[in-house]
Each structure stands twice: as structure tokens, then as C-alpha cells.
Design a protein around this ligand. Structure first.
Ligand code: ASP
Length: 447
């Protein structure tokens, strides 16, 4: 059994968190590959090391002293080293970084130092080997991962002992450091899980798993026990945020489950993300709704054109206009002669009227209506398809709560029902679906 355990910044924010990480790693000898983020915030007023490093880089660029910011980074690492009685020569490490900063350091190299230092300290504390991501994680020049080289570099450097590998960065073929986008240690962990053919990729964070809905809208929502990759994609696309989007592909391609766990509550099982949940669902049936998510600020452009449905290519011509303006389309609900195209309001903020003019010119609709301030809510659940009457129950719940539905759509795989409501009804709608379909049903299941 091989587990890759990635610990996020909040799991490594201070010495106390390092202790929790050690207990987690030591509790299971199969956790042999540890991937670490840079130290995160240890309190709400604290700063993430990566944010501070980006700030140092900005100060360098404008020729302003970065000293007070750099000091803050040093203080954080010295505090961890001292509290845990470690021997890493931080004086030498920081001297090296300062030297780089005086010599036109690249942004990627500088901001990667948070993961580098955190991993050096963690490796010593765990008594694991430190493996620099620059020697392991290989990028092609176009920024994609070179899996072959990563696999061979890693296997030539590992034996029986556990290793700590910094997340977030790797090296280009010429050796230059390259980082992923923010939150990219999730991707590093997924790539390592792929190349070592892990049995599970554990992603340790500060929440007890992937939550059913946004905790800013519903107080203490339940964690999701199991979710499949398609559901996860639908949830992330519509705004739920636990895992970096690019972290899914490397593990999905090898059917490696992801287990989201909380460092602050290590006994909780967290969320299992699987390619196929059906085997486990057969033993432990899932709730009808896996998750509720959504975003505000969409715009609907509704075209009515009599006999449109009989005109081949009509839909393509409409969508081409959006393509020309490089606007991606979120949803296209349609009835006989009416088509609504829903797009994010941000995406058309600069060119809405040019798009409208083009549509008028090319399509010559009988009418074209614009409606702004729409919120789209995605109600996601692999079990929805087994429940006839589910959409009816959803709609009547909206009706009972006096929430006007502007748009509704569902694809034939029945994985996700998308409902468009006015922005001002967004939170209320999420809460009422949670109450009815999650809270009440779970009480029912218990009772
Ligand atoms: N430290 C990096 C960031 O804050 C990468 C990560 O933590 O995943 O974005």
C-alpha cells in the first residue's frame, strides 16, 4: 500500500501544526511520500509565506526595501525550528535566498522557497529524506508535466525511507524553476501519486472534507462522504473550492482515489473522491443530492425567432457570435422558438452591446432580451437519476419559498440540475434546498 499525503499551508502553519502532521504520518507506515505546501496562516491576522514572497518580489521590482517582509518570513521559520529543536542551518538558507534576491532572481524561483524551506524542516522533523522538487518534478517547456522524466527521477532517488517533496514547483528541462498556479501543491501531490501508482492520494487540509455547500451560506454544512470525479468537476466549475482544478487529471487517469482529510480532525474519514462510487454506494446508499453550489452575476440573452427550431444551423450561428468575442457560454436552455444564452456578466462586461448588435444583424431575431443579475445554482448528485419526481420536488420547494425560477436545465445524464434565480434569491435558494434535501433527509435516515 502506498499513500501520497499532501499537507496544505494551514496544516504546516506553525510548530503545533507540524506536530499534528508528524502524528498523522507516523500513524500509517504507508504514508511514505509526503508533499508539503509553504507555511500558511497560523491566525487570521497572520500571512501565508507564499503571499509574503510574492510581495518581496514586487518590492524588488520597484526597488523598495523588502526587509520587513522578509524578516516576517524568517521569524516564522526560526520559530518552528526552535520549537521543534531542529538543526537545519536556516542562517545559511536565508543568506542564499538573500543573495539570489540581489541577483535578479526569477519570480518562480523566489516564490518556490516557501515550499522548499517548509519541506526541509518537515523532512528533518519526520526523519524522512528531503527530495528537492527541482530534481523530481519535470516540466516540459510548455508547462505541461513530463511524467516519464518525473517517474524516472523519482524512482532513482527513493528507496525504503519516506520522503518529503516540496509542492508547487518543479524544473524545466534547462533546470529553471517553474511554479504551478496558486494552490498548485495539490497538483504536485497528484503528479507524485500518479508516478508512484499510489493506492490513495490524501489531501490534508483544514476542513473536514469537501462540504455539501458553502459554509458562508449554510452554517456548518455536512461534509460529503463520497463523490465521483464528474460530480466534483460540476461542483468546482460552479464555484466550490477545495482542490486545485488541475489536481484531478493526474489521479483520475490512473483511477487513484483522492481522500480529503482534516489535519485538525485526523480521525474523521473526510471525503473520498472516486472515479466510480457504485460499488460503495451499493453497500451504503448515497444521499440524493451530493452537493449544492453556485455563482452569482450571470447575464441571459434570450432570442425569440419564429420557426427557429426548423432552421438547421440556427443554434450554431448564435453560438459563433459568442465564440468570435471569446466568451464562453455557461448554459443554453431552449424552448421551441426561444433560446437563452447564459454567460458570466464579467465575460461580457466590455462588449455586451457589440454582441447584441452582431446577434441582431446575423440572426435577425423577432426579439432579443437581456436579463442581468442572475445567479446559477447547481444541484449535483449521482443519485438524482434514480429518483423520479426529484425535479418536481425541487421546483415545488422553490415555489413554497416564493423563489422565482428564471431558468432550469438538466443534461440527460441527470447528474446536475441547474437553476437560475435572481441574484438576491441566491443564498435563500441554497439554504432551502440544503434544509429540505440534506438536513431533513439525513435526520430521516438517522431516525
Ligand atoms: N504555497 C502556494 C500557494 O500559496 C502553493 C500551495 O500552497 O498549494 O499558492
Amino acid at each position: 500500500m502506498i499513500k501520497v499525503a499532501k499537507f496544505g499551508g494551514s496544516s504546516l502553519a506553525d510548530a503545533g501544526q507540524f506536530q499534528k502532521v508528524k502524528a498523522i504520518v507516523e500513524a500509517d507506515p504507508s504514508r511514505r511520500f509526503v508533499v508539503a505546501s509553504a507555511c500558511g496562516k497560523s491566525s487570521p491576522s497572520d500571512h501565508k509565506v507564499t503571499d509574503l514572497l510574492y510581495l518581496c518580489q514586487a518590492h524588488l521590482r520597484y526597488g523598495v526595501s523588502y526587509e520587513p517582509i522578509f524578516k516576517e518570513i524568517e521569524t516564522k521559520y526560526y520559530a518552528i525550528k526552535e520549537a521543534l529543536h531542529l538543526s537545519l542551518d536556516l542562517d545559511a538558507e536565508f543568506a542564499r535566498i538573500r543573495k539570489m534576491m540581489n541577483k535578479d532572481v526569477s519570480t518562480d524561483l523566489l516564490v518556490s522557497r516557501g515550499e522548499y524551506l517548509t519541506s526541509r524542516l518537515l523532512a528533518e522533523y519526520l526523519d524522512f529524506d528531503f527530495l528537492d522538487a527541482a530534481d523530481v518534478l519535470a516540466f516540459h517547456y510548455d508547462g505541461t508535466i513530463d511524467y516519464e522524466r518525473t517517474a524516472s527521477q523519482l524512482s532513482s532517488r527513493t528507496g525504503e525511507r519516506g520522503v518529503v517533496i516540496p509542492g508547487f514547483y518543479g524544473a524545466l528541462p534547462n533546470g529553471a524553476i517553474r511554479v504551478f498556479s496558486r494552490g498548485g501543491s495539490d497538483v504536485s501531490g497528484a503528479v507524485i501519486a500518479n508516478v508512484v501508482n499510489a493506492d490513495v492520494y490524501e489531501n490534508w487540509t483544514d476542513v473536514p472534507g469537501f462540504l455539501v455547500t458553502d459554509p458562508r451560506i449554510v452554517k456548518d454544512p455536512m461534509p460529503i462522504k463520497r463523490i465521483n470525479y464528474s460530480e466534483l468537476r460540476a461542483m468546482s466549475y460552479m464555484g466550490a473550492n477545495v482542490l486545485h482544478d488541475d489536481a484531478v487529471f493526474p489521479v483520475r487517469s490512473k483511477n487513484i482515489p483522492i481522500n480529503i482529510r482534516s489535519t485538525n480532525d485526523p480521525d474523521a474519514p473526510g471525503t473520498m473522491i472516486l472515479s466510480d462510487c457504485s460499488e460503495m454506494d451499493a453497500m451504503d446508499p448515497p444521499p440524493i443530492i451530493t452537493g449544492i453550489t453556485g455563482r452569482k452575476n450571470f447575464t441571459a440573452l434570450t432570442l425569440t425567432c419564429s420557426h427557429a427550431s426548423a432552421l438547421p444551423g440556427y443554434l450554431r450561428q448564435i453560438l459563433e457570435v459568442f465564440e468570435e468575442f471569446k466568451v464562453s457560454v455557461e448554459s443554453v436552455p431552449m424552448t421551441v422558438d426561444t433560446i437563452s444564452v447564459i454567460v458570466s456578466s464579467d465575460a461580457v462586461s466590455e462588449n455586451l452591446y457589440d454582441i447584441v448588435n452582431q446577434l441582431r444583424e446575423k440572426i435577425k431575431p423577432d426579439s432579443l432580451k437581456i436579463e442581468e443579475n442572475l445567479a446559477m445554482i447547481a444541484i449535483v448528485g449521482r443519485a438524482i437519476q434514480e429518483k423520479p419526481g426529484m425535479s418536481g420536488r425541487l421546483l415545488s420547494e422553490f415555489g413554497r419559498n416564493q423563489i422565482n425560477i428564471k431558468v432550469i436545465s438538466q443534461s440527460a445524464d441527470e447528474l446536475c440540475v441547474t437553476v437560475g434565480v435572481n441574484n438576491r434569491d441566491f443564498e435563500k435558494a441554497v439554504r432551502c434546498i440544503y434544509e429540505k434535501f440534506i438536513a431533513e433527509e439525513s435526520k430521516g435516515a438517522e431516525g
